[in-house]
Design a protein around this ligand. Structure first.
Ligand code: ADP
Ligand code: ZN
Ligand code: ZN
Length: 743
């Protein structure tokens, strides 16, 4: 009889047991086991009952019959893993470094006990006549948000909470205030776990522009191929990319296939989702990090059973088990959130390409500022490239002023606002228009620069900024190079060479001091800590409850404010100095996006970029909104320094409770890797990580560069083997291929 034994991966994440173990299939399970099923097995000396996944059913005993244990049972309720997913997990394990079980768990939905979900609705409590009186009162008082909500409630019997906070831009606070005043009532009821309950709206189908039509035709033709390719759409914001996605999905569905759309969590707004729901009513589901494991599982079940055809969500939506996947779309493909921060540290882009190739599906990437990786591949012919250069809704690009902060200092202005920015801000406040002040806070890590000439202290070997450490030394986080702090600028001799320290709070204080009448909102990690904080601030600003919005990178994404006519970028070069080879790319991307926030409506916008390095290419190209120019210059730097995408990079991170142990192991690994490889492999470090100690755990990092990805995979395997040979190892080691952040 076929299938007497099963090779099983045990549900323990430990390198030592990260291989299949063989078990006997007992008579009552014979013929019932399939690859990917979850089973219960006895494990180890104590025969502890553990879960495991069947990797293979075979007649080939690898050990003597009497040495094998019996499988206990099939775990009902656990979704069996398709062979596809096992292969995908194996691919992730190999290419990103992790145990098989961790990789499996990344691609599998976890079944949990069903928890009933709640749906919140708001209904009018007052009689209609009274409500109308109240409405007139709000209107007279210019309480626009309240008036809007009340008006809608008078017109409709019931509104969903999501609709109110989303489309109506009314904050939770306002709803609660109305409820407390006895005007409306908030009801909570349970409903089947279906996160998509948006009412269909009638919208006119847009006629595609010639550019859009052309792209849709070309990509659709390619989707018919046996092996569809990867398509990169480089299109400015508002150029109509989403409309192209919709048209492509429509064709995919017509062919009886399904589509996955990845959108960064922060951009999963009502405005975006509603377009998909309207276009494919009842066929779309959304995944987000707020869903419980059980809800995610439900969504996957619905996808598998054919109940839905389109899944929208962040990174993890990639693993939706559609029976006939036809297309994967990744919007805002340059976003760092597409890279996983836990093991396996996979990138959604590469993983999407891998998944697509198993299904003969196509991949479409879209961005206004594509990642260097994608653009490089498009230029090399690996991806197809499409350009969309015009905004379809009209509205011209904003006027950009670049202000040299060194000059401001020379002329005696020590405020964080340049004279130009003050002038324009005053103008906006007088005219009653809105402004955004953007603090590029990524560079807070303590780099040192000269206020007088803009000089930044850099590592002589890696060409990235040095970071100031508490003990006063300046350190490179790639190679560990160290030098004492300087007190005068090596370039101009000024003594104004120091770390930049200004946070959003200080800016808020300054604005309030200079413009006591201005209504100010601040959005940063502190003010958005609560679950609805982010949404509340955005709706309040959209409701024109404030004149000025101050914030970090959070404010440059995902939301449109048509009344904003001024964007001030306070210190553009902060992110240029994060001690990371991607600093220029990120700066260009943030500046371009921030600048794009101004003048979305019909009033023209202005942008002030304040910087100590006005001559820096990422500042200059961002001011001109010239992606191509930026790319050409940046790729030269990557080629010269052999940073990705010109080469590949593997970061090996060592985490240890004991500092000496950690450093010792890091040195030992670096040494062994150096010895085992030829001169084409560059081993850099070890160095202490940027944050050398987190929660009492010391962290060290080794960087390895090589042109060939596979060579780095070999080095990872070699390192794993070394690690397995060390008894009682106390340190933990993580692998990160082509890291998006410096450690
Ligand atoms: P992107 O995704 O590139 O930011 P969108 O697809 O969201 O661009 O389009 C931007 C705006 O232009 C939206 O308001 C959209 O409704 C509108 N739009 C897109 N395509 C067309 C078209 N063919 N005709 C008219 N308006 C369009
Ligand atoms: Zn100087
Ligand atoms: Zn260095």
């Amino acid at each position: 009889m076929r299938g007497k034994y099963a090779n099983i991966i045990v549900d323990i994440s430990h390198e030592k047991v990260d291989r299949p173990f063989q078990y006997r299939i007992p008579p009552h399970l014979q013929g019932k086991l399939e690859e990917g099923m979850a089973v219960t097995i006895p494990f180890g000396k104590g025969n502890k009952e553990l879960a495991g996944y069947v990797m293979e059913v075979t007649d080939q005993a690898e050990y003597a019959e009497d040495k094998l244990k019996d499988i206990l049972d099939i775990r009902v309720g656990d979704m069996p893993v398709e062979a596809d997913f096992i292969r995908l997990a194996a691919w992730m394990k190999r290419n990103y470094g992790s145990t098989m079980i961790t990789a499996l768990k990344t691609v599998l939905p976890v079944r949990q006990k069903k928890k009933t979900q709640e749906k919140r609705t708001v209904t009018l409590k007052l009689p209609v006549e009274e409500a109308k009186e109240q409405l007139a009162f709000y209107e007279k008082k210019h309480q626009t948000a309240r008036a809007r909500l009340l008006k809608e409630l008078i017109g409709q019997q019931e509104l969903s909470y999501e609709l109110i906070t989303g489309k109506l831009h009314v904050t939770t606070k306002t709803i609660q205030a109305l409820a407390e005043a006895g005007i409306c009532q908030i009801r909570t009821e349970s409903f089947y776990r279906d996160p998509v309950r948006l009412e269909k709206q009638e919208t006119l189908r847009k006629r595609l522009s010639a550019v859009q039509q052309d792209i849709v035709e070309k990509i659709s033709a390619d989707l018919q191929a046996k092996k569809p390719g990867v398509h990169l759409i480089h299109g400015i914001t508002g150029s109509g990319k989403t409309e192209v996605y919709l048209a492509l999905i429509e064709r995919v569905l017509k062919n009886g296939k399904q589509a996955i759309v990845l959108i960064p969590e922060i951009a999963l707004t009502y405005q975006t989702l509603i377009r998909f729901f309207n276009r494919f009513p009842g066929r779309v589901s959304v995944m987000n990090s707020r869903l419980s494991a059980g809800e995610k599982y439900d969504q996957f079940e619905r996808a598998k059973s054919g109940e839905i055809d389109v899944m929208i969500g962040p990174r993890s939506a990639l693993f939706t088990p559609f029976p006939k996947l036809g297309l994967i779309i990744i919007d805002e493909e340059h976003e760092n959130s597409y890279k996983s921060e836990s093991m396996p540290k996979y990138h959604a882009r590469e993983t999407a390409v891998q998944i697509a190739s198993c299904h003969a599906a196509g991949v479409v990437l879209g961005s206004a500022t594509p990642s260097l990786e994608s653009y490089y591949r498009a230029k090399n012919g690996e991806y197809f490239l499409y350009e969309m250069k015009e905004r379809l809704t009209g509205g011209c690009l904003p006027t950009v002023y670049t202000v040299d902060l060194r000059q401001e200092l020379k002329e005696g202005n020590r405020s964080i606002f340049s004279r130009k920015l003050q002038e324009l801000l005053t103008e906006r406040l007088n005219r009653g228009e809105q402004s955004i002040l953007f603090l590029n806070r990524r560079g807070y890590a303590g780099f040192i620069s000269c206020r007088s000439c803009g000089y930044v202290m850099k590592c002589p070997h890696c060409d990235v900024s040095l970071s100031e450490h508490r003990n006063g030394t300046l350190v490179c986080h790639y190679c560990g190079y160290e030098q004492p702090k300087v007190s005068v600028c090596p370039q101009c001799g000024s003594k104004y060479i120091l770390g930049f320290r200004a946070g959003t709070e200080q800016i808020e204080e300054q604005v309030k001091k200079m413009y006591p009448k201005a209504r100010v909102l601040r959005m940063d990690a502190d003010t958005t800590r609560s679950k609805d904080g982010y949404e509340q601030i955005l709706s309040a600003f959209a409701n024109r409850e404030a004149d000025v919005l101050i914030g970090t990178q959070m404010i440059v994404k995902g939301h449109d404010f048509p009344d904003v006519t001024l964007v001030g970028i306070l210190a553009a070069d902060l992110s240029l100095s994060v001690g990371d080879y991607r600093a220029s790319e990120r700066t260009f991307e943030l500046l371009t996006q921030a600048a794009g926030r101004a003048g979305r409506g019909n009033k023209p916008g202005e942008v002030v970029i304040q910087t100590y390095q006005p001559e820096h290419y990422s500042v200059q190209y961002a001011a001109k909104q010239d992606y191509e120019g930026f790319y050409e210059e940046e790729i030269l730097y990557r080629e010269m320094m052999q940073y990705p995408p010109a080469a590949h990079m593997l970061a090996i991170q060592i985490a240890a409770l004991a500092e000496e142990g950690g450093r010792g192991l890091a040195e030992r690994l670096a040494e062994a890797i150096r010895k085992s490889q030829d001169g084409s492999v560059r081993v850099i470090g070890p160095a202490p990580a940027a944050i050398g100690k987190i929660n009492d755990i010391y962290r060290f990092v080794i960087y390895i560069k090589h042109r060939e990805y596979d060579r780095l995979v070999e080095i990872k395997d070699f390192t794993e083997e070394l690690l397995n040979g060390i008894e009682n190892r106390k340190e933990t080691v993580y692998f990160d291929f082509d890291p998006v952040n410096a450690y």
